[in-house]
Design a protein around this ligand. Structure first.
Ligand SMILES: NCc1[nH]cc(CCC(=O)O)c1CC(=O)O
Ligand SMILES: [Mg+2]
Length: 327
């Protein structure tokens, strides 16, 4: 009988040795928790396509934030739902110093100063067309949109945001935003750039959450073609040169190769967005009893670390961090 001389199974014999040779680990500080905020009082609404995930009015958000803090989450990424009458083509409401985003940032930084607050900088929740830029002649115009985005970033910084997170994919917005922030005295406000954001159908539930689905067409003239990876690296390189502090790849699970390529090619923190559709898939399969929710959740999150992500924006943040506490 012939025996192998190398037996890799030796290092898998007990949970002690498995943990000793484990290459990647999850920690609550890896997670960024997305938070959906809406106008009104004393309400918490479940998003139908995102079971277990809610939109909150600001007055009841505190409890949720305290739960996040309790399980070790250090950062939140804020999104607001804007009522239809406040939407227009220029995203005017986005620049309202007393708008919901600005109020929310002030409230959170005052009450929970240690929580790292990141804000979504994008026009789509404010746009009557549901697009991430100004619409002209049926197209999305780049440079005028960048102007609005830069002002929005400054307005969030003024309210106290630690980091702004532009999710629009207009060309050149990181450079313009960095300059605008610096000129306004916010040289310490960071930028997490959604650099490699794909035109993905996995965003469906999120658009339900914010009522932000595009009113016409799609986002393929600004978001990346899912078939491309070299183009994603060019996007990342530009954003780094324009001043991004963290670059993001989005969505997550179907784009692990992109996360890997970005991490291998650049020396900068990389975040990945485990998007709404990915969350919905796991929740739906678990509801049917087809998958073990906790195991699949942890396996997916670990895969992001293995691929090279430093940070993971995920709707599983609280659930996963809570589970890590018991491990
Ligand atoms: N600025 C838009 C934005 N910011 C974050 C998401 C998606 C997040 C998710 O699906 O979880 C989207 C959707 C889109 O581009 O239409
Ligand atoms: Mg770009």
């Amino acid at each position: 009988m012939k025996y192998p001389t190398t037996r890799l199974r030796r290092n898998r014999q007990s949970s002690a040795i498995r943990e000793m040779v484990q290459e990647h680990r999850l920690h609550p500080s890896d997670f960024i928790a997305p938070v959906f905020i809406m106008e009104g009082k004393d309400q918490k609404e479940e998003i139908s396509s995102m079971p277990g995930y809610f939109r909150y009015t600001l007055d009841v958000l505190g409890k949720e934030l305290e739960e996040l803090i309790e399980v070790g989450i250090q950062s939140v990424l804020l999104f607001v739902k804007v009522p239809d009458p406040k939407k227009d083509n220029e995203g005017t409401e986005a620049l309202n110093e007393n708008g919901l985003m600005q109020e929310s940032v002030r409230f959170i930084k005052e009450k929970y100063p240690d929580l790292y607050v990141m804000t979504d900088v994008a026009m789509d929740p404010y746009s009557s067309y549901g697009h991430d830029g100004i619409v002209e002649d049926g197209g999305i115009v780049n440079d005028p949109s960048v102007e609005v985005l830069a002002k929005m970033a400054v307005s969030h910084a003024k309210a106290g945001a630690d980091m702004v997170a532009p999710s629009d994919m207009m060309d050149g917005r990181i450079g313009v935003m960095r300059k605008a922030l610096d000129e306004a005295g916010f040289e310490h406000t960071g930028i997490m750039a959604y650099s490699a954001k794909y035109a993905s159908s996995f965003y469906g539930p999120f658009r339900d959450a914010l009522d932000s689905a595009p009113g016409f067409g799609d986002k393929k003239t600004y978001q990346l073609n899912p078939a491309n990876v070299e183009e994603a690296l060019r996007e990342v390189e530009l954003d780094i040169n324009e001043g991004a502090d963290i670059v993001m790849v989005k969505p997550g699970m179907p784009y692990l190769d992109v996360v890997r390529a970005v991490k291998q090619n650049f020396n900068i923190p990389v975040s990945v967005y485990n998007v709404s559709g990915e969350y919905a898939m796991i929740k739906a399969a678990a509801e049917k009893g087809w998958l073990n929710e906790e195991e699949v959740m942890m396996e997916s999150l670990l895969a992001f670390k293995r691929a090279g992500a430093d940070l993971i924006a995920t709707y599983f943040a609280k659930q996963a961090a809570r589970l890590l506490k018991t491990m």
